[in-house]
Design a protein around this ligand. Structure first.
Ligand code: BES
Ligand code: ZN
Ligand code: ZN
Length: 495
């Protein structure tokens, strides 16, 4: 059967199309469906005395009655009955003034836009008076609103377009530059979410090639199976053996500056069944998200090229499926990596590190200033962090400090794990240079240690996003499904 989107028609995919306008106008004078008024907990309607007066003190009464207190993400929708120009007011709580953070603004923005899009409202306006009194930029609120405005509907017969189409920000501040950045970053995150949400019958290694080729101002080179064999990528190719989908080793270059590149390696297992070491069937459907690292890399390059960022990025996506076909690799096999190191396969389900190891080795050809790999590498990562943080490991303290800063800025949190020398012992094989599994204890770390053996002296960071790339529950600005994790983090890191 021809699959629905075998042509991987990315033009059909939902992306941020919310148009953003800035107007320096009075709140009461703007005709719109809904005007959003962010309010602080315990501070009443003080920033909007004129609106309150025009509505015969109704907002004030709602607050003094206790119906709305301004607690974080608390909401109240008021119809204005023609007494002022906006049809409705939407009060959204920001929490206490003393406790405000950019993340809280993001969450409040997300709550506002997901609630209003649920009501099928298409055009909204935002007053930033309260936020301005906090000396915070309203951009975080906007970012949350844009990130939440996402709905993956293309596989449903009834296309359900819930997205908000336009937001007008009432301010006299010059926000254009920040808005441009935020729009590009959010649209890249949505692009990544689309790729990850797309089922693996459509999101094949070949579809990832198309996704890479859909980006502008980049060059894309695909190393096919034969060439990968010639290059000696025996670890990556062993994973591909059990599948009939041709593997594609994708190399994307965006050269915004003539310097040594930063190489971004993204795990690109378009479906991970576990192979011969097959996974339990319960929850296996989610293993389409095992290419979330590669989606993040594509998202980052898309935004970097749109923003004409002065950076040189090379993205490497060693794409393949991991299936238990008749030619599949097996536990006990020994495979040879491009680096020359041999690996004893203990579990065919520890396939990500095999593909990423060859990609890291290949990355060194470009004499990069740094290699960052991003991968849904271990179940042990979500055991350690739940859904809250990506694990970070690496061999360059200063670089990891920069990643930590980017993580605090974007709230795409990372947390460092150690790569003590003692972990080397865990990966010792009787028959080969390394084995691909170090046992259950320390499973998150030994996966990172395995990759360290290939990074060698090159500055390198490993990000395990197994716990954060997917959410089973709606979050304030991340609807359930693919999260798009890594895109905003790496963009901020590169900046
Ligand atoms: N893709 C999985 C890791 C994963 C698990 C990602 C759950 C997202 C959610 C990876 O290839 C894998 O299967 N790892 C094994 C390694 C083990 C065999 C050492 C794991 O974590 O169980
Ligand atoms: Zn696996
Ligand atoms: Zn995997």
């Amino acid at each position: 059967m021809k699959s629905l989107f075998s042509s991987a028609d990315f033009s059909k995919f939902p992306c941020t199309t919310m148009k953003i306008l800035i107007q320096n106008k009075k709140e009461t004078a703007l005709g719109c469906d809904v005007l959003i008024l962010p309010l602080l907990e315990g501070e009443g309607i003080t920033s909007y005395k004129d609106i309150n007066r025009s509505l015969n003190n109704m907002p004030d009464k709602i607050i003094s009655s206790g119906e709305f207190n301004g607690k974080l993400s608390e909401i109240c929708l008021i119809h204005t009955g023609g007494m002022i120009k906006p049809d409705r007011l939407f009060l959204i709580g920001l929490g206490k003034r003393s406790e405000i953070t950019a993340e809280k603004l993001r969450q409040a923005g997300g709550k506002a836009s997901s609630y209003l899009s649920g009501l099928k409202i298409k055009e909204i306006a935002l007053s930033v008076k309260t936020i301005a009194s906090l000396k915070q930029t309203p951009i975080a609120f906007l970012e949350g609103a844009l990130l939440a405005n996402y709905n993956f509907h293309i596989y449903k017969k009834e296309e359900n377009h819930k997205e908000i189409k336009k937001i007008t920000i009432l301010t006299k501040e010059k926000l254009e530059k920040q808005i441009k950045w935020t729009e590009a970053a959010v649209s890249a995150a949505h692009f990544a979410r689309n790729l990850v949400n797309t089922p693996s019958n459509d999101m094949t290694p070949s579809a990832l090639v198309k996704a890479a080729r859909s980006l502008k101002n980049v060059s894309v080179k695909v190393i096919e199976k034969n060439e990968a064999e010639r290059l000696g990528m025996g670890a990556y190719l062993s994973v591909a053996r059990g599948s009939n989908e041709p593997p594609k080793f994708i190399v994307i270059t965006y050269k915004g500056k003539k310097t040594a590149p930063v190489v971004l390696v993204g795990k690109a297992i378009t479906f991970d069944s576990g192979g011969i070491s097959i996974k339990p069937s319960e929850g296996m459907e989610k293993m389409k998200y095992d290419m979330a690292g590669s989606a993040a890399v594509l998202g980052v390059i898309k935004a970097a090229s749109e923003l004409k960022m002065p950076v040189h990025i090379i993205g490497i996506l060693p794409a393949t499926e991991n299936l238990p076909g008749g030619k599949a690799f097996k536990p006990g096999d020994v495979v040879k990596t491009m680096s020359g190191k041999t690996i004893e396969i203990i579990s065919t389900d520890a396939e990500g590190r095999l593909a990423v190891a060859d990609a890291i080795e290949y990355a060194k050809r470009f004499k990069p200033s740094a290699i960052i790999d991003i991968a849904t590498l271990t179940g042990a990562c979500s055991i350690a962090f739940g859904n809250e943080a990506a694990a970070m490991m690496g061999n360059d303290k200063a670089l990891m400090k920069k990643m930590m800063d980017a993580s605090l800025e974007t709230y795409e949190r990372v947390w460092q794990m150690p790569l003590f020398e003692e972990y080397k012992e865990y990966l010792k094989s009787d028959i080969a240079d390394l084995k691909n599994v170090g046992g259950r204890p320390g499973g998150l770390i030994t996966a990172g240690y395995f990759l360290k053996e290939f990074a060698g002296d090159t500055s390198w960071i490993h990000l395990d996003i197994a716990g954060t790339a997917w959410t089973d529950k709606d979050k304030p600005y991340i609807p359930k499904g693919a999260t798009g994790i890594g895109v905003r983090l790496l963009l901020s890191f590169l900046r």
